[in-house]
Design a binder for this molecule. Structure first.
Ligand code: GTP
Length: 407
């Protein structure tokens, strides 16, 4: 049996769910976007500054982290934002309806009422469908289609400001930018809305004051969308860093930088399960510094700490990328080799013991190691217990040696 399971780091474990998703078309699109942004930010100073200003802390993230962040934002804020937008949409719809009722009677055509009804249904659909990006796009397009169709239809009473309110065109930048957080979608939405608003302002029968108020309202809602989006992205980046740092502190040993017992047990259990599922071999090494109390007593605790630090670095440097090492506590260390057959585990242990002896030669410190090889049905705790038993056998036999369990 041998394992292919990669030792997952904290970030990859928490984000593995995102990594697998997304069709290749989406990946091609985002690769194109990244190339474009790369050209923009590398080529000219003003676009870079603008990009940073608009995107906030997200602009400094590597592309794959930025994508993860956007996806997580959509999921995390879907509930509260949809409710907020639903309220805004209803208010805006009522605003348009009241305006319409007070308007000239020539405008109360059947077509008007039909358009208003359609828009109401579209609004409801739009907010019910927020969970699916595809449906969000469809409803967004439906809105724009209705607005544009109304705008190009000849006849008096059609090109009126109430229509714009009914269609929610003023709401789109506010709704679209924070919700459709992927930059491409957000920017296209803003561009289309600006075009629609420009068309409305060009055609409406309104006083200059009304036109100005309309344009001002649109600009304000677009700015609010941008500011909201930037603030949310900055907050998300900060929270992400906090979570990452808390995770590190909870699962890392400060002295050696290796995983601590808690962090190791979580990752090693998952790694061992993967190895077993793939029908591969695994081994656990249990390491313990010999006569560490004596070393502490003779040379002081600072020297003891230094030896532990050196041992941590040594273990980390000798392991493969798939292996997982931890300081379990005190002067005890453990390594899981998810593709460790007897030969590899034995050779690695011998090498660690020899290198540590050289590293700590000035203090005469040595290492004892117990090894347990995976047997059918073993859990991680079983392997640890057998490796521990082998370690104590090594201690009994005189220390500074490697012993296999069940030999
Ligand atoms: N310097 C230092 N010492 C530590 C640390 N954690 C535990 N120790 C000391 O490690 C020593 C462990 O002693 P024991 O469990 O008796 O083991 P030992 O002296 O190595 O004896 P054997 O394991 O039987 O060879 C104790 O004196 C602890 O105080 C640490 O972080 N730094």
């Amino acid at each position: 049996m041998a394992s292919t399971t990669a030792a997952p780091g904290p970030t990859s474990v928490r984000r593995s769910g995102w990594r697998s998703c997304g069709p290749s078309w989406a990946r091609m699109q985002s690769a194109h976007r990244e190339r474009t942004i790369g050209r923009m930010t590398a080529g000219a100073r003003i676009p870079t500054t603008l990009w940073r200003l608009l995107e906030g802390a997200v602009a400094d993230l590597p592309p794959h982290e930025r994508r993860d962040l956007y996806r997580r934002q959509i999921l995390a804020l879907h509930g509260p934002l949809s409710n907020l937008l639903l309220v805004l949409a209803v208010v805006q719809f009522l605003h348009g309806l009241i305006w319409l009722l007070w308007a000239d009677e020539a405008m109360y055509s059947v077509a008007w009422r039909l358009a208003a009804g359609l828009l109401l249904v579209a609004l409801a659909l739009r907010f019910r469908a927020l969970e699916s990006v595809r449906r969000r796009r469809q409803v967004g397009l439906l809105f724009l289609a209705v607005v544009l169709a109304c705008l190009v239809t000849p006849g008096s009473g059609w090109q009126q400001l109430p229509l714009a309110y009914l269609a929610g065109v003023l709401l789109l930048p506010l709704a679209g930018l924070p919700l459709l957080v992927r930059p491409g979608v957000a920017w296209s939405g803003l561009g289309l809305c600006t075009l629609a608003v420009a068309a409305i302002l060009w055609q409406v029968q309104a006083t200059p004051g009304e036109r100005l108020a309309f344009a001002f309202y649109f600009a304000m809602s677009a700015c609010a969308g941008l500011v909201l989006r930037r603030a949310r992205a900055n907050l998300a980046v900060r929270l992400d860093r906090e979570v990452e740092s808390l995770w590190q502190r909870a699962t890392r040993d400060l002295l050696t930088g290796l995983l601590n017992r808690h962090g190791w047990l979580g990752l090693a259990n998952a790694s061992l399960s993967d190895a077993v599922a793939a029908g591969r071999q695994a081994a656990v090494l249990f390491l313990d510094v010999d006569h560490f109390k004596r070393t502490n007593d003779t040379h002081g605790h600072l020297v003891g700490d230094e030896l532990l630090r050196r041992l941590g670095q040594l273990v980390q440097s000798r392991l493969g990328p798939r292996d997982l090492a931890a300081r379990l506590g005190g002067e005890e260390f453990a390594c899981l080799l998810p593709d460790g057959d007897r030969a590899r585990a034995g050779a690695l242990a011998q090498r660690l013991a020899r290198d540590y002896r050289e590293l700590a030669s000035e203090y005469g410190s040595t290492l004892s190691i117990g090894i347990a090889l995976y047997q059918q049905g073993d859990l991680l705790n079983d392997l640890l217990a057998r490796a521990d038993a082998a370690l104590y056998q090594a201690k009994r036999e005189g220390r500074d040696r490697v012993v296999f369990a069940d030999d």
